[in-house]
Design a protein around this ligand. Sequence first.
Ligand code: ADP
Ligand code: MG
Length: 256
Amino acid sequence: MAKIFCVANQKGGVGKTTTTVNLAAGLAKVGQRVLMVDLDPQGNATMGSGVDKRAMQLSVYDVLLESASVAEAAIFSEKCGYHVLGANRELAGAEVELVEVERRERRLKQALAGVAEQYDFVLIDCPPSLSMLTLNGLCSAHGVIVPMQCEYFALEGLTDLVNTIKQVHANLNKDLQIIGLLRVMFDPRITLQQQVSDQLKAHFGDKVFDTVIPRNVRLAEAPSYGLPGVVFDPAARGSQAFIAFAEEMVERIRKM
Ligand code: ADP
Ligand code: MG
């Protein structure tokens, strides 16, 4: 049975997409069967996995509107070693179209049930908002991975997300929990980052992943080649950190 995780944070530019595609590639590298679901109409995770968002016949949009199954719409990325249920601008329309339909927040969950045996991990890249799309992600998931930069307002920004997750847990999805906070774009030379990192650990204890993702230019360059850093330059420090994170995730779900 696939374990399903949302990568979410309502802030933009915090490293959600980078985390999703590199964790997917890292998990594939250590032998896991992975489906990456792009729930952001920007389609960055799709493009960053070597799938051209403009050339897709079917996407997550068709799955949400129940005109295609996940098996029909998912594309295997040879280079990356995982399946991609892609997104493009069409998905922005789903937000409005879903308002009219029944079980609108459970569409993705039901669709993913059809492929639960085909994968070990499903990773969902969420858009930077607490929208109907993100809600579909949260309703589908066993857990949430929250990438965060160790900045001054990091803890405050977390409150909204934690409250949303609590509400979804109470009303829609009793399985849902925060699996962990992932410190990303970390620079240990910056004293403030070290301090915020220490605060996070004091506050959230073992909900903070052991692995820390450093700021690393190779991770930022990789998307322009349509690849996750882990595939583009496996030896880079950032890529090595994501492979370590994949191993940490495999270890965590063994205990779940
Ligand atoms: P989000 O999906 O939350 O909007 P992204 O993953 O797209 O965030 O990251 C925002 C920007 O930061 C991108 O340009 C990305 O390449 C860059 N980035 C993300 N993680 C790192 C990192 N560890 N080191 C350097 N650059 C990074
Ligand atoms: Mg993104």
